[in-house]
Ligand binder design. Structure first.
Ligand code: GLC
Length: 636
């Protein structure tokens, strides 16, 4: 698993140093896009389907608990804060909230290091607060989903403290332990030796995604344990059936409380190679003088073939799906699945919807929204690359068969889409128009929409400017190449008042960004052209318009270099919906070729337009869109 923010690919090794949005695009080589999809796939995707399963039409809203709303004035968000803001979520049209981990945790990785899976961290509230939140949310038609961290626990979890105490205890085999190898053994590298203890080096070259060796020495056992992430996050041993039973029981605990489903954290990395073979060095991680390049944490750049996407994970997911499906109400499994291509993504569904081999309902498609390839000197914005978006949106809609796509552009681990899809030298007006394009793709394609708090407002990333202000540990160890993830985790901006209405405490856990005076819920609600009103309008349309709700998907004018266009075909008795987005900084005119859907249509009526100059009825043989405009219309 590689976050786009860490991506170092054969084509673009320099990208690791380009987490700051001002990356040197011109240095990036263009990666060939996958071959076009077949006519049969296109035809199948164009057919409308009617299926009321709630999560297929849902807008899922990710809440980072520390940052959404503080109700008790300690500068940190909490569960009661979420309850207070349910009216807002309901008005926005959110169907489900996914709460990033709110379980007891030493907070090394801000909750992704869990020390008790069946309780609430006191800084976020109590179990009674949680139960109240679920009940109140239900009353507003908002479901609650939780984040399940299955790959690892905190090193303070009682399972780990027991496991680490000796080689013979009831949890001795619950984590991934190894003796290591003598430092002078043939093949042991200098890098491994750096992490040696008592004459023993880690068993191989595996690295933590967050820096350093993935192996940590425990004197009491005279052994190393494996950790994909921080050393305070030891990996569970999923080859031990007792681990699976314990984790499934814990999931049942929350399902019994009425949670609607789970987002499965880092699920592709549940298993490791049993032979502990070394990872390979990425071929392109050498500079022109053949010196090995290192990543932002100073480690060699390696593949992760031995610790990512091992086939055994699919057996676990099949059993987990059976467990989930034994509950009523269409509980849902969403996966954090950073995968290299759509064919690989398809595997995580495990088969067709009704087949016995089903796995995740909704593995996340990061290929559309977290684009790290392509670009090149002629591409204006690396992510807003029309060819890339057309290819991957097209693949998402045409090649997953019965499986249902989940589209996402923002989360708590990556620079916000506001900054990734625009360039620093663009004006706020342009940036906002681009953000509206992203919302348009998110809400008008045939996919479950996953959004992240603040994206609906156009909240930019606010990266710390001094290392001493950084909270996220990878930002401290990786500074200045990797400044951490604080920038996308700043407090939600509710009002233009003190602390943006997030907290009464002037010392919020991360500073409120300076732009809160103009970018906030209150101000944007009053402005008809705001990002918030655009988001709300599209979500409402997605719910009420039959074609956006149930329609099939067909891409139009696939060779147009400037405008992305597609149609949601209509169920019987309703009209298809056309979506157009100008991906360039100049006005562009398009003449639509309607053959893929119905050649007879000649015009369309505006349903939503990001620019007032495109309104009313538009003729399909000539529609002009201003720079970066988005437009949605009903075909006639
Ligand atoms: C996931 C989370 C990330 C966390 C990591 C380790 O990728 O999204 O925030 O640091 O897993 O749990």
């Amino acid at each position: 698993m590689v976050y786009p923010r860490f991506a170092a690919t054969a084509a673009a090794p320099l990208l690791i140093a380009s987490l700051s949005v001002s990356c040197a695009l011109a240095q990036k080589a263009e990666k060939p896009l996958p071959p076009p999809v077949t006519a049969a796939q296109l035809k199948a995707a164009a057919l409308p389907t009617h299926d009321e399963t709630w999560w297929k039409h849902a807008v899922v809203y990710e809440i980072y608990p520390r940052s959404f709303q503080d109700s008790n004035g300690d500068g940190i968000g909490d569960l009661n804060g979420m309850t207070q803001r349910l009216d807002y979520l309901q008005k926005l049209g959110v169907d489900a909230m996914w709460i990033a981990p709110m379980f007891p945790s030493p907070q090394v990785d801000f909750g992704y290091d869990i020390s008790d899976y069946e309780a609430v961290d006191p800084q976020y509230g109590t179990m009674a607060d949680f139960d109240r939140l679920v009940a109140a949310a239900q009353g507003k038609g908002v479901k609650v989903m939780l984040d399940m961290v299955l790959n690892h626990t905190s090193d303070k979890h009682k399972w780990f403290t027991e496991s680490a105490a000796s080689r013979s205890n009831s949890k001795a085999d619950w984590y991934v332990w190894n003796d290591g190898v003598p430092v002078d053994k043939a093949g042991v590298t200098d890098y491994q030796r750096k992490f040696a203890h008592d004459g023993m080096a880690p068993p191989n070259n595996w690295e933590s995604l967050f820096g350093g060796s993935a192996w940590e020495w425990v004197p009491a056992r005279k052994q190393f344990y494996y950790h994909k992430f921080y050393k305070q996050q030891p990996d569970l041993n999923w080859r031990n059936p007792a681990v699976e039973t314990a984790m499934f029981n814990m999931m049942k605990f929350w399902l019994d409380k009425g949670v609607a489903g789970f987002r499965l954290d880092a699920v592709p990395v549940l298993f490791e190679d049993t032979q502990l073979r070394n990872e390979d060095t990425v071929v392109a991680s050498f500079d022109a003088q053949h010196n090995a390049l290192t990543n932002a944490q100073g480690d060699p750049i390696l593949n992760d073939n031995r610790t990512n996407m091992l086939p055994e994970v699919h057996d676990v997911l099949r059993r987990m799906r059976t467990m989930m499906d034994s509950y009523p109400g269409n509980r849902v499994l969403v996966g954090e699945t950073y995968l290299p291509n759509t064919a690989e993504l398809n595997k995580w569904y495990g088969g067709t919807v009704l087949s016995k081999t089903a796995e995740l309902h909704l593995p996340m498609d990061f290929l559309v929204g977290f684009h790290t390839e392509g670009g090149g000197p002629n591409s204006p914005n690396v992510s807003l690359d029309l060819k890339h978006l057309r290819t991957y949106l097209g693949e998402m809609e045409t090649t997953l068969g019965d499986n249902w796509p989940l589209l996402v552009f923002d989360n708590h681990d990556n620079v916000r889409s506001w900054d990734r899809f625009s360039r620093p030298d663009q004006s706020d007006v342009q940036k906002q128009a681009i953000a509206k394009i992203i919302a348009t793709m998110l809400y008008t394609t045939r996919a479950t929409a996953l959004t992240y708090y603040g994206a609906e407002l156009g909240m930019p990333t606010t990266t710390p400017s001094r290392v001493e202000d950084v909270q996220d540990p990878i930002g401290k160890t990786g500074w200045p190449k990797e400044k951490g993830r604080d920038g996308e985790r700043t407090p939600m901006q509710w009002t233009a008042g003190p602390q943006a209405g997030f907290s009464t405490d002037p010392k919020t856990w991360l500073p409120v960004p300076a732009d809160y005076k103009t970018i906030n819920v209150q101000t944007e609600q009053a402005d008809p052209n705001s990002m918030l009103n655009w988001s709300e309008k599209l979500i409402a349309l997605r719910r009420s318009n039959p074609a956006l709700h149930d329609g099939g998907f067909a891409m139009l004018n696939t060779s147009d270099p400037n405008i992305l266009s597609y149609v949601r075909t209509a169920p019987t008795g309703s009209t298809p919906v056309l979506t157009l987005m100008n991906m360039t900084a100049q006005p562009q005119t398009i003449s639509l070729d309607m053959k893929p859907v119905d050649a007879k249509m000649t015009k369309a009526t505006t349903l939503a337009s990001s620019d007032p100059s495109v309104s009313g009825t538009q003729m399909l043989n000539s529609i002009t869109l201003p720079a970066y405009a988005s437009w949605v219309g009903s075909l006639q």
